[in-house]
Write a protein that binds this ligand. Structure first.
Ligand code: EPU
Length: 441
């Protein structure tokens, strides 16, 4: 049953949180295990919904997934992989976007794939055209069937020269997971190079793949016939880390984020410092805190790595409602990632969302009626209100706004937040937040 959070705001969050493996890597590394001919071990695995969904999908396909009761490490054994019943797979329709990445590994393992209709956050259209184009270029045959898509490759997958129209994270992963065991060489230009992709490449290299990343967003993969298993510790979740950093700023708090990695967050750290946030960077994590003075406004554009990550945008916008002056944020990755500002406006924030590209570079969404630029004026005192969580990052942003607000907020739909924030209510309680959880009526 879904729960309701009743938050009494105005308490600075202080203390320590531990961030584990990245939501945007762990489920994909689990999928990669299917490419091997022996078991793999994945460490630093968070307890989040996408891990549950992929565990279940892999099990339906005959992969044994065992979780160590103490460490939470996963051992994934693909040696008895088999075709799953489409009715069983169908039960996962709408749960996540990860299933589309099973295509290549399933074709290599069992010759075909049935992928249920996808889920994921509603932050734009989120099409899968790049994925399907890529698969066709590898020689796959894609058929739409009731409840999902069926993919086969009568002649096996073969290497291809592929160019992505946009450096999509998922489509780059689709290429990596399909090409490593395809026959011949694949050259992918216009690839995404996010740290989670580099970590997936590290996983595949441990399994025996031959992959090189060149300086110009080109990735070259020499297909190999067989892959072994891996033993890998997932990189830390830089999006969860940045979310807690913004929570410290918004609530005038002080949070040590154990596991946060400077190397993967450099662009965020520069921005956090420009806004006026304090930080101490250590070997085992980063302390983020409010320095007591005023926060500064800024002009910001989200972008693919190494730019400012779109997933950092929503929590940071809440911090910008507390900055002294006018900030401008141009979202260039998703066309519809400002819906969450409606609730902030009801809480007293001053935010206007525009269709124009308010950034130095016009993006794909300019002149196309997408409200993808925001002008935020501050500082404005936020007031508690009723909120229904719209998506993962927007939902976390609403939480931190409610935690900083005067008065009480009632937040529904919080299960969405479990998709990317492990045990977030326990973490909030540990940081001193004042809230109750009750079952929704
Ligand atoms: N796109 C297409 N066609 C496609 C695929 C993508 O037009 O076939 C477009 C998307 O609509 C979007 C852009 O390309 O406008 C970028 O999408 P991308 O494929 O890079 O995103 P993704 O792989 O679906 C992952 C993360 C997102 C994160 C993005 C960008 C996972 C499970 N999700 O999504 O994470 O925002 O990359 O870095 O890895 C989140 O964590 O809250 C989240 C949404």
């Amino acid at each position: 049953m879904s729960s309701v959070l009743t938050i009494r705001g105005g308490v600075p969050l202080t203390g320590r949180v531990h961030v584990r493996g990245a939501k945007n890597l762990v489920p994909k590394a689990m999928v990669a295990a299917l490419l091997g001919n022996e078991p793999s071990v994945l460490r630093n695995v968070p307890e989040i919904k996408d891990v549950e969904v992929v565990t279940s999908l892999l099990q339906l396909h005959g992969v044994t997934v065992e979780k160590d009761p103490v460490s939470g490490d996963l051992t994934l054994d693909p040696t008895d992989a088999k075709t799953a019943s489409s009715t069983a797979i169908d039960a996962h329709a709408g749960d996540s976007r990860i299933p589309i990445l099973l295509c290549g590994p399933l074709i290599h393992a069992i010759g075909e794939a049935f992928i249920p209709d996808l889920g994921g956050c509603k932050i734009g259209d989120r099409p899968i055209d790049f994925h399907l184009d890529v698969l066709r270029q590898f020689g796959a045959v894609v058929e739409k069937r009731p409840g999902g898509i069926h993919i086969s490759a009568p002649k096996g997958l073969h290497g291809a020269k592929i160019s992505l129209p946009y450096p999509s994270v998922g489509a780059t992963e689709q290429v990596l997971l399909s090409a490593t065991r395809a026959e011949g060489i694949t050259e992918l230009s216009g690839a995404a190079t996010e740290p989670e992709i580099v970590d997936l490449i590290a996983v595949l290299q441990k399994m025996g793949a031959i992959i090189s990343v060149q300086t110009d967003r080109t990735i070259r993969i020499e297909g190999v016939r067989d892959l072994g298993g891996y033993n890998h510790r997932a990189l830390a979740d830089r999006n969860e880390s940045a979310s807690w950093a913004s929570a410290a700023l918004v609530t005038r708090g002080d949070i040590f984020v154990e596991g946060a990695s400077q190397r993967d967050m450099m662009t965020f750290l520069n921005t956090f410092r420009k806004v006026g946030g304090g930080m101490d960077i250590g070997d085992d994590g980063i302390r983020f805190y409010h320095r007591g003075g005023k926060l500064s406004p800024l002009v910001l554009e989200t972008d693919v790595h190494p730019g400012f990550m779109t997933d950092w945008q929503q929590p940071l916008v809440v911090a910008l409602t507390q900055a002294e002056g006018v900030s401008i944020v141009h979202e260039t990755v998703y066309e519809n990632r400002f819906g969450f500002t409606d609730a902030l406006i009801r809480m007293g924030a001053s935010i206007q969302v525009h269709r124009e590209c308010l950034g130095s570079v016009p993006c794909r969404f300019g002149q196309r009626n997408f409200r993808h630029s925001a002008v935020i004026s501050g500082p404005m005192q936020l007031k508690g209100t009723d909120i229904d969580v719209p998506d993962l990052r927007g939902g976390f942003s609403h939480l931190i706004a409610a935690l900083a607000a005067t008065g009480t907020s009632r937040v529904t739909g919080i299960d969405i937040i479990n998709r990317g924030y492990e045990r977030f209510t326990e973490k909030l309680a540990g940081l001193g937040a004042d809230f109750d959880i009750t079952a929704a009526k």
